[in-house]
Design a protein around this ligand. Structure first.
Ligand SMILES: [Zn+2]
Length: 316
């Protein structure tokens, strides 16, 4: 059976509420619809895996119910499209027949309210990765975008909490991967000290090139590297730049650190993100990567590295 041709490790393609999709497509011209993706893939004969970040909007009272309802909808979509769209739950599934394979993970553990049984329920539904933090600090630890930290010029950074450590313990037991995107430096460091499983920073950039809190500093890159963790470059110009040269500088820096097998793509397409000139969809982004780092490295970044990660991280 055929391996996927392309992998985008983190995005929200077409799966956010309709008004968010309309916003990104109408005002930013980003092409996020599944119809568009399927059309392109049919045209090229390729199959693609997308790491879909499930997200419960803050106004939903029952986050778990919302996420599980959503997974059901995706399963239904699989039936309706005769498996053109398919949720990937095992290593073997990666090589099965589909046009778009979906690997599920969760962005923001805010709504778990430290109830660890939530993790078991999610894993049973095919969710294998967790991004505990999002734009706000929560019961797990601190966000890089925490407003109070900004006021104190980052002298105050909330750390990983005891409840957060328990979440990490449970994740290790369930063999889930930890995604450190959106964490502040302190929570990232403590999480990596505590966690002994697979690690990624799925949709991010480097401060060395674009100096924003949302990006990885030198220490965080080294900590991730020590764990043989993965770093996913994002298509959002706020963190990886408006110029393709900035994206190139970031990838080159990771190559200098001998991380060529640890870089993949986490586009973050779906939410209203501004992208670099000429990058309106994931295929444009794959092309830009190829143009800035060459075919050989681009192949690793666009599919091989993420595929190896999934082969280790997904259940048999
Ligand atoms: Zn995110």
């Amino acid at each position: 059976m055929k391996a996927p041709d392309l992998i985008d490790f983190h995005n929200h393609f077409n799966f956010l509420p309709g008004w968010i999709n309309s916003l990104t497509e109408t005002f930013l011209g980003n092409q996020n619809s599944l119809d568009f993706l399927l059309g392109q893939l049919s045209h090229t004969g390729q199959k693609m895996v997308i790491g879909h970040a499930l997200y419960a909007m803050p106004w939903y009272r029952d986050g778990l119910g919302e996420v599980l309802r959503y997974v059901k909808l995706l399963e239904q979509l699989g039936h309706e499209t005769k498996n053109e769209i398919k949720i990937i739950k095992t290593k073997e599934d990666l090589y099965s027949e589909y046009k778009i394979g979906i690997v599920l993970h969760i962005e923001s553990a805010r709504w778990f309210y430290s109830d660890l049984t939530t993790l078991d329920r999610l894993q049973q539904s095919g969710v294998f990765g967790i991004i505990p933090i999002h734009y706000l600090s929560n019961w797990f630890g601190g966000s890089c975008d925490d407003v109070f930290s900004k006021f104190t010029c980052n002298t105050y950074q909330k750390d990983l909490t005891d409840q957060g450590k328990k979440l990490l313990d449970r994740m290790m037991k369930l063999k889930m991967w930890l995604d450190v995107s959106h964490m502040n430096d302190r929570t990232l460091r403590s999480s990596l000290e505590h966690f002994d499983g697979a690690v990624v920073a799925s949709h991010i950039g480097l401060r060395k090139v674009i100096n924003v809190d949302r990006n990885l500093g030198a220490e965080s890159i080294d900590l991730i590297n020590q764990k043989k963790g993965m770093i996913g470059v994002c298509a959002w110009s706020r963190i990886t730049g408006k110029e393709h040269a900035q994206l190139k500088q970031m990838i080159d820096h990771l190559l200098d650190k001998k991380m060529e097998d640890q870089i993949f793509i986490g586009s973050d397409f779906g939410p209203p993100i501004h992208t670099a000139h000429g990058v309106k969809n994931i295929f444009n982004f794959f092309d830009v990567i190829k143009s800035v780092v060459g075919q050989e490295i681009a192949k690793k970044v666009s599919v091989t590295n993420a595929l190896k990660f999934y082969e280790q991280a997904l259940p048999d």
